[in-house]
Design a binder for this molecule. Structure first.
Ligand SMILES: [Zn+2]
Length: 131
């Protein structure tokens, strides 16, 4: 019993390896909207009756880009950009509208009940170009 604690078994190692390989895809689903983002998300959804989720793009500079999507992965609102505790987005984003190259992470906040995994995947692919 004590031994098992001292040295992790081979099985554990391979399990960890598998987990880290899966990490990128899994991580996307583990990202949750922060409180300040949730307030924005709710506001966007209120004005977008067709929206079944909101795409949240976090920029490296700290700005945020959001837009509601329909169940077909089409835009359900205008793209909204903002920056926490700031009157406007940063000069970089003002110049390039939040270029793809500067995206830190992106995910979709689903309206409950979230669509089935397959549809989520489809919308991710359509909206964020990955999947
Ligand atoms: Zn910015």
């Amino acid at each position: 019993m004590f031994r098992a604690r001292e040295a992790p078994s081979r099985e554990n190692y391979s399990f960890q390896k598998k987990m880290s390989q899966k990490k990128d895809k899994e991580q996307r689903r583990l990202v949750e909207a922060a409180k300040t983002e949730l307030a924005m998300i709710e506001g966007i959804l209120e004005g977008s009756p067709d929206g079944i989720g909101v795409v949240v793009v976090r920029m490296q500079c700290g700005c945020r880009k959001m837009a509601a999507v329909t169940e077909d992965g089409e835009p359900a609102s205008k793209v909204i950009m903002y920056r926490d505790q700031a009157a406007s987005i940063c000069p970089l984003c003002q110049a390039d509208n939040g270029a793809y190259q500067r995206v830190a992470e992106s995910f979709i906040h689903w309206v409950e009940p979230a669509p089935e995994a397959e549809r989520q995947e489809l919308i991710y692919h359509k909206v964020l170009g990955e999947g």
